[in-house]
Ligand binder design. Structure first.
Ligand SMILES: [Zn+2]
Ligand SMILES: [Zn+2]
Length: 135
């Protein structure tokens, strides 16, 4: 297992590296995570703040703090991709798993806020698989 792994946004202008000793890996199905990702769930890794080192593009980071609760999202101002930030609730570093360029040394442990999950997601894992657009 790699000791440090790299991550980046979609346009590649923001880059970081993070220690590969994550403590928690949650798939969050809450309404906020579904809205902000435009998908079924967020895939959130958690570790200590000291684990993170920015390599490039820190000036492009944009923060959204929800006015009514602790929800936060940090993203690249250029391409909109989610990037690591300090969780308002736990104070821990939250790393969106999709931002990583390599596989983390931890697999998902919990599906949280399941009561809010999108019901279309129930058949996602059993839908036919393809390596390109079908048809
Ligand atoms: Zn970007
Ligand atoms: Zn959530």
């Amino acid at each position: 297992m790699r000791e440090f792994i790299q991550g980046s946004c979609l346009c590649g202008k923001v880059r970081f590296r993070v220690a590969n000793h994550f403590k928690v890996f949650n798939l969050c199905h809450c309404v906020q995570c579904r809205k902000i990702t435009g998908s079924a769930h967020a895939s959130n890794l958690f570790t200590d703040m000291e684990a993170l080192e920015w390599i490039a593009g820190q000036e492009l980071l944009q923060t959204f703090d929800h006015p009514d609760n602790n929800f936060r999202k940090v993203f690249c101002r250029e391409c909109g991709a989610g990037l690591p930030f300090q969780s308002r609730r736990t104070g821990m570093l939250l790393v969106p798993a999709g931002a990583l360029d390599e596989e983390p040394g931890l697999t998902p442990q919990h599906n949280i806020f399941w009561r809010e999950h999108a019901h279309w997601y129930d058949s996602a894992c059993s839908a036919p698989r393809s390596d390109r657009f079908p048809g």
